[in-house]
Design a protein around this ligand. Structure first.
Ligand code: TXA
Ligand code: MG
Length: 331
């Protein structure tokens, strides 16, 4: 069932469902999340089951505001506090030391926890109403509302196409950011970028007052098993990244087997056949992030077999889009 997330009745119904241990999909500014009470191991288990996701794969816990952080995290270094001040509410997730026994199942058994305070008004209204419920629900564990390994949903319709009509979905319109939050690990002494997003490396470093490090650079630390190792966020069609010249060459040699080829490029290319599905990639990284997952889903819906994507520019603001496309084209 889909409800208009802007209405107080829908929020009340969602809180009731969450309190009963059920799942509720809700919009955030990045992508739609598949939410459950982070304090209920049974409810969290339903997320893993619905997504087909391995249960040692940690989930992000969403909170109404930074005041909820000490409930879930035992400590936050000063640079993490600066990141919350600069970017919350917003598309940034912080990995902090978990306060046991809080949210053990949501954290996939790790001694750390991912926390995020989303900026979307529907997410905010839901989290606030949860915090005010009796008994209160202090956090919502919510991965992206898609089957494991697939493209994240940026509309309520995308969520329905993943889970059917049995799931309660709060509709908050299309997501404005379009790719998942930037994730910074704050448990290793220095900030480590685990997943790039629209909050850029430069913005994180400026707000932290510290350089982002790679895990391998930090003495005595091995990367933990984590979902950031997830190989792809993939559509059904095979995705290939090419520069504009290679793309044009591939199109030139295509001949009549153009059916099932989709092209997403900034460059204006000569297409040999009207059968080639074309979408123009915006010149702007923010706009490209906003539409990227919807475009990949549209290509699938148009029965593309192959999606040829022009490699995005190398500038820092494109890092999130480059990362998602690289994953989509892996394997
Ligand atoms: O924008 C987003 O972050 C969206 C919306 C719904 O908030 N959520 C999202 O969740 O993308 P998910 O589960 O699809 O991705 C969460 C990522 C995974 O790669 C996971 O491994 C990582 O966060 N993560 C969560 N908790 C972690 C932890 N304690 N340590 C390391 N990585 C963690
Ligand atoms: Mg995901």
């Amino acid at each position: 069932m889909t409800l208009d997330g802007a209405t107080p009745e829908a929020i009340a119904q969602a809180v009731q469902a969450l309190a009963a241990g059920e799942l509720v999909a809700f919009p955030t500014e990045t992508v739609y999340g598949l939410g459950a009470d982070a304090g209920s191991d049974a409810a969290v288990a339903r997320i893993f089951a619905a997504k087909g996701r391995p249960s040692d794969h940690p989930l992000i816990v969403h909170v109404a505001d930074a005041a909820a952080v000490p409930l879930f995290a035992s400590r936050a270094p000063a640079f993490a506090q600066r990141l919350m001040d600069a970017f919350w509410p917003g598309p940034l997730t912080l990995i902090l030391a978990r306060r046991p026994p809080m949210a053990a199942a949501a954290a996939g058994g790790q001694d750390s926890i991912g926390l995020r305070c989303p900026a979307h008004p529907v997410a905010h209204a839901l989290l606030l109403a949860c915090a005010q419920a009796q008994p209160p629900i202090r956090g919502l564990a919510a991965p992206s509302a898609n089957q494991f390994g697939r493209v994240s949903p940026t509309t309520a319709q995308h969520v329905r196409s993943e889970f059917g009509d049995g799931l309660l979905v709060l509709d908050g319109g299309p997501c404005q950011v379009g790719i998942e939050s930037t994730i910074v690990d704050c448990t290793r002494g220095a900030p480590v970028l685990l997943r790039p997003g629209v909050v850029t490396r430069e913005q994180v470093e400026a707000a932290c007052g510290e350089c982002l490090r790679a895990v391998e650079e930090l003495p005595g630390q091995a990367p933990r098993a984590s979902g950031t190792l997830e190989s792809h966020y993939a559509p059904r069609a095979r995705v290939r990244l090419m520069d504009a010249a290679a793309l044009q060459t591939a199109l030139d040699v295509l001949g009549p087997e153009a059916a099932g080829i989709a092209v997403y490029s900034r460059a204006i290319l000569k297409t040999p056949s009207a059968q080639v599905i074309r979408r123009r990639m915006p010149d702007d990284a923010v706009e490209t992030a906003r539409q990227l997952f919807a475009v990949l889903r549209e290509f699938d819906a148009q029965h593309a077999r192959l999606i040829w994507v022009e490699t995005p520019p190398a500038q820092p603001e494109w890092e999130g889009v480059r990362d998602r496309l690289r994953r989509a084209s892996a394997g």
